[in-house]
Design a protein around this ligand. Sequence first.
Ligand code: PLP
Length: 395
Amino acid sequence: MISEKMMKLVGANSAIRVMFEEGRRLAAIHGSENVYDFSLGNPNFPAPPEVNAAIMDIITNEESTLVHGYMSNAGYEDVREAVARSLNSRYGTDFGHGNIIMTVGAAGGMNIILKTLLNPGDEVIVIAPYFVDYGNYVDNYNGKLVVVKADPHTFQPDTDAIEKAVTRRTKAIIINSPNNPTGVIYSEGTIRSLAAVLEAKQKEYGNSIYIISDEPYRELAFDGAEVPWLTKFYKNTIVCYSWSKSLSLPGERIGYLVIPSELDDYETVFAAAVIANRVLGFINAPSLIQRAVARCLDAQVNVAAYDANRQLLFNGLTDAGFECVYPSGGFYIWLKSPVADEKEFVADAKNFNILLVPGSSFAWPGYVRLAYCVSPDMIIRSLPAFKKLAGTYRL
Ligand code: PLP
């Protein structure tokens, strides 16, 4: 018999599978061109050509035992050095390879750092609405998830509410900006205020409270919006980065952790995180793609194409009468359900072959999420269906 924890996850997973099956069922009946699936955060845009060129060059010209072999559990030193240099040039920091651990995507990085930091019962604050797997990651190490609601108007973290939620057992707070699911970028003002709250609480309790900044969408920021670099504002910050979205490489499973030298207990945290990478069974981030991304640090997925999708869908939805948060980053639109029970709205949308994710999946009922990392054609084809759906609510 499987464990009780996994039993719960198997139950929860069936909801995602049902949505997937529903997409296939609708496509079989109506044709896939008449089904508008906004449910999945799987990038539709290809990786920039530099990535494949780098892979080809590496397998042709680099030593096979180096390219495919084991290396330090932290990753190739030259790759980590290249990542550190790239960050330094962009953010004016002073990182070296000793601050970087290559990881199996952001998910791998989050698990490494939570394994490194948490004792059973340690509390980890997350800001609702939040990426649902944070709960699972914290639970992996028997931590306690503490959910604090974002400001319901701006969807910025509510730092007064965070201040009230911090206790002696608070070990970390996970933040995610640009945010999945809201598309909001946390402002410098918010970050400064969060840092001030945490500094004061660290002093009060004599503990270290870490910010874990989950940043797979950092590069997807629009209209010249700045995504604040957190280690400049709060020294106990660990950054968890991924190329899944910025280079459209989610299946390659590649990212990194930044553990700054100024962090409390930096040396033991870094050493423990390297060991966590090993004992969690990752051993090291995949070798070939490590070497490839190191050559593509200035490459980017087509951000302008995401921006065009963003405008197309946001304008289409608001023209139809829906109320949405204007997204400044990431590739999601957060739409207010026209009825209180957003699951009912999701079911109604399905009648028009539109697939959406209910806000309850992000601990925020009353809203739904649309992922616009899809083909622009699908967005254009979907807009009449959204108009009809809006009509049923007389919007
Ligand atoms: N964090 C957030 C907020 C995400 O949206 C995702 C993926 O969608 C992840 C982490 C996991 O990313 P990765 O593919 O890098 O593991």
